[in-house]
Design a protein around this ligand. Structure first.
Ligand code: SF4
Length: 264
């Protein structure tokens, strides 16, 4: 959980706890275990409110996680400095530093959006409790943000409702790593393409053409880390398309030159 007006706690009664604690199995979703977790959250909340500070995190559960409101709709860190006048009480969990560093692709994309775009994407989330808001399965806005800031900003411009977002097949089927390519594509296809049926197939065809043009990856992976040469969204896309973690700057320039043709 991090700073004010982050996706973690964007206000309007919304809060995310998908990465809490920061040691979950891949694909884990709190919403799938809501019944049992609600009991644990209530126990934690009662313990902390009575001054019983939690011990270390064990397994995949954090004893510092609880309800932030009386209605039991908002879940978050009971020990976070934002709740204790800047004092960080997470030390006993053993994960204070890791929790402080935690970040996710949707939160980083959200941070790159304009305030107007953020508002447009939070509007469909109105009324969601933390289980729903945090869940990439239940909340299409979380899915959308995972595609990166370009795609999220284009979607925000359409001011989609929750039902509209749920109906975008590509959002559930396309690879998140293709978000950078999709963002580039929208430059020529137009933001309205996000609402068109068949976008997933169109994007997959473009990605296939590009992967073919890139050719096979060499046995060694020469050059610099892709994250040093490109923004994280672009680096993630090339890692998937080229099967490479590293590249020489001239290679990356060649790959970029192939994009426009693949999108035609
Ligand atoms: S999963 Fe992302 S948005 Fe949710 S609390 Fe963690 S960093 Fe914040």
């Amino acid at each position: 959980m991090s700073q004010v007006y982050s996706l973690c706690a964007p206000g309007q009664g919304l809060s995310c706890f998908a990465c809490c604690p920061p040691i979950r199995p891949a694909g884990y979703d709190h919403a799938a275990h809501q019944g049992s977790l609600r009991r644990l959250l209530a126990d934690n909340t009662a313990a902390v409110s009575q001054g019983r500070m939690p011990g270390p995190i064990t397994g995949f559960w954090c004893p510092g996680l609880g309800f932030l409101d009386r209605a039991g709709r908002q879940v978050g860190c009971l020990l976070h400095p934002a709740r204790h006048q800047g004092q960080d009480l997470r030390g006993p969990t053993g994960y204070a530093a890791k929790c402080g560093r935690e970040s996710c692709a949707p939160a980083r994309a959200f941070a790159e959006l304009t305030p107007a775009a953020r508002e447009a994407l939070l509007a469909p989330c109105a009324g969601m409790d933390s289980f729903a808001f945090s869940s990439p399965r239940l909340n299409p806005v979380m899915r959308l943000l995972a595609f990166g800031p370009k795609v999220a900003a284009a979607a925000a411009g359409l001011r989609p409702s929750l039902e509209t977002l749920r109906g975008w097949a590509w959002l559930w089927r396309a690879e998140e790593a293709m978000g950078w390519l999709l963002g580039r594509a929208l430059g020529s296809w137009g933001a309205g393409a996000l609402a068109e049926p068949g976008l997933n197939e169109r994007l997959a065809q473009a990605a296939g053409r590009l992967a073919q043009a890139l050719g096979p990856s060499p046995p060694l992976d020469p050059g610099q880390a892709l994250e040093e040469l490109a923004h994280e969204w672009e680096a993630r896309c090339w890692r998937t398309l080229a099967g490479r973690r590293r590249a020489r700057p001239a290679e990356l320039a060649r790959w970029r030159a192939l994009v426009e043709r693949a999108l035609e």
